[in-house]
Design a protein around this ligand. Structure first.
Ligand code: FES
Length: 152
């Protein structure tokens, strides 16, 4: 019995190591997207698992968009905006924070791990930080494995 458990665990690890997650990153135009651009022009490497969706402000990302993404193929979702106090629409990122709290509750309802969603602040000057956040998120989702909604 114990041997079967160990074998199953090893198989799961092997599967997760081969697993390449799909991650969506909603990036605000003014800071996060510019940070991604800087990472690119600076040739900073980060995993190719991330698909960037540019939005005008992180406060525009409705929680339903995040849930829809996670239930229709994405393994993880990032919402990235300007640092607090730097939002070009004054309070958009504060709204994003409130929405992130709502998203965390919704993830519970959908029996999804809270780590599949992450809210981050990245400025236009933080290309290395953008790449670091992407790398961390991909590693985190690889450990979790595919979204349970993928198979369904
Ligand atoms: Fe960047 Fe609002 S413009 S978070």
């Amino acid at each position: 019995m114990e041997e079967q458990t160990i074998t199953a665990g090893a198989a799961a690890t092997a599967t997760n190591e081969q697993f390449e997650p799909l991650i969506l990153a909603f990036c605000c135009y003014w800071c996060a997207y510019a940070g991604a651009d800087l990472a690119g022009t600076s040739r900073i490497q980060y995993p190719t698992n991330v698909r960037i969706i540019r939005v005008q402000c992180s406060g525009m990302v409705h929680p339903n968009l995040v849930i829809e993404a996670l239930t229709k193929g994405a393994d993880g979702v990032l919402m990235i905006g300007c640092h607090p106090g730097d939002c070009h629409y004054l309070e958009g990122n504060l709204r994003a924070k409130s929405r992130a709290d709502a998203i965390s509750l919704m993830l519970e309802d959908f029996a999804l791990e809270p780590e599949r969603f992450r809210l981050e602040w990245v400025s236009a000057a933080e290309g290395p930080r953008f790449a670091q956040v992407m790398t961390e998120m991909v590693e985190q989702i690889k450990k979790l494995g595919p979204s349970p909604f993928r198979a369904a």
